[in-house]
Design a protein around this ligand. Structure first.
Ligand code: ATP
Ligand code: MG
Length: 257
């Protein structure tokens, strides 16, 4: 029986002028898996997420989400199919409360077109009450329920990261793409993040994570894909990849023996 595939990336290339940010990248993600993508700065990790989420169109190659091609679809259409991402740089909505930020995530699933209609238009009151409750639920998941009425951008950095996760979670994704979620977190917060991602997995959420924190990667991932200059140079179990001479060379820029 063929391996079950939630996400299939096949021969994806992305050129920026003469620069190949991604070169014939292929790999698959199975349901329930935590897969990490690592690689030096500029390796193409964020570009890959941009392609997967419909922000960028690949120069060539295909992406299948649950067997359906996503190239050419808009980001909101891909979100509605069950795949959502967080960004390397925090992108919270200016002036919105923590709760409102989380509610935006709920709206991205209901497809009630939050951005077009805005929070204040009279969706049915029952619908709003349900969204309110769901948003509070995801805030509780990430430990932010007591901050619900504060302005999101006023939170300490680590909590803003958690709010981004909550907002993504609110869309009830099947697969979550996280771009360096531990960046800027202290060791304690990184530990909390690790526990949180394990809980997401227990709930059946598949995770693709770009991360420089090797401790976190080793801790949570089932498999690691290594990108270097846009190419997959290694893949496999974390402890195997970590000792791969090609990977050591890519990171240290020296010939490993
Ligand atoms: N919009 C763009 N136009 C031109 N070049 C780009 C664009 N976006 C990214 N690049 C280039 O593509 C390459 C891959 O960049 P990308 O941001 O995907 O790397 P990354 O692996 O996410 O790096 P980091 O670890 O620093 O976040 C880099 O050389 C970058 O300068
Ligand atoms: Mg990046």
């Amino acid at each position: 029986m063929a391996e079950e595939r939630l996400l299939e990336i096949d021969n994806v290339t992305k050129l920026f002028g003469g620069l190949a940010a991604l070169k014939e990248v292929s790999f698959t993600v199975s349901p329930g898996e935590i897969k990490a993508i690592i690689g030096p700065n500029g390796a193409g990790k964020t570009t890959l997420f941009d392609v997967l989420t419909g922000i960028l169109r690949p120069t060539s190659g295909t992406v299948l989400l649950k067997g359906q091609g996503t190239v050419g679809l808009r980001p909101d259409q891909i979100t509605a199919m069950g795949m959502i991402r967080t960004f390397q740089t925090i992108k919270l909505f200016e002036g919105m409360t923590v709760l409102e930020n989380a509610m935006v995530g709920c709206h991205s699933r209901t497809g009630s077109g939050f951005l077009a209609t805005g929070l204040r238009l009279p969706a049915s009151r029952r619908e709003e009450a349900r969204i309110h409750e769901e948003a509070m639920g995801v805030l509780k998941d990430v430990g932010l329920e007591r901050r619900a009425l504060e302005v999101g951008t006023n939170l300490p950095y680590g909590q803003q990261r958690m709010l981004e996760l909550a907002r993504a979670l609110a869309s009830r994704p099947e697969i979550l793409l996280l771009d360096e979620p531990a960046a800027g977190l202290n060791q304690y917060e990184t530990g909390e993040l690790s526990a949180l991602l394990s809980r997401f997995r227990e709930r059946g959420i598949t995770i693709l994570i770009v991360e420089h924190d090797m401790g976190l990667v080793m801790d949570i991932s089932d498999e690691v894909v290594v990108l270097d200059y846009g190419e997959v140079i290694a893949r496999g179990a974390p402890e195997v990849v970590q000792n791969d001479p090609k990977v050591i060379e890519a990171y240290l820029g020296i010939e490993a023996d």
